[in-house]
Design a protein around this ligand. Structure first.
Ligand SMILES: [Zn+2]
Length: 114
């Protein structure tokens, strides 16, 4: 299988036109974060869920005033970076799913080589 999704999920929050990530009510050391710090613009800060049911449960407990999105984490086989956006198809074999940034890079390279 070419899709190497890592089967982990994060909660995205629509913030203006950006997506922020839900960090959780407390950090790994059990310290309660400031309510304003429950969301981060960095994917690396996002709370990860490997069980979609637990994620949905936690989602239910969050304020309904915000718009949430369940995002699946994937790791790009080219640059090894994690991403949640819709993957691009590699031009190398037309089946490997890579991150959008690598997708653009491959497209630019293909254009230059014409
Ligand atoms: Zn990549």
């Amino acid at each position: 299988m070419s899709n190497i999704g890592i089967c982990e999920y994060v909660i995205g929050v629509i913030h203006d036109k950006d997506i922020w990530y839900y960090v959780g009510k407390s950090d790994a050391h059990g310290v309660t974060l400031n309510p304003n710090e429950q969301y981060s613009s960095f994917l690396v800060d996002a709370k990860r869920y490997d069980d979609e049911d637990i994620l949905r449960e936690e989602l239910e407990s969050l304020p309904k005033t915000l718009t949430y999105k369940i995002l699946e984490l994937q790791r790009c086989p080219k640059c090894k970076k994690e991403f949640t956006e819709h993957p691009a198809l590699s031009r190398v074999d037309n089946e490997t799913e890579i991150c959008p940034e690598c997708g653009v890079r491959e497209a630019v390279r293909a254009y230059i080589n014409i």
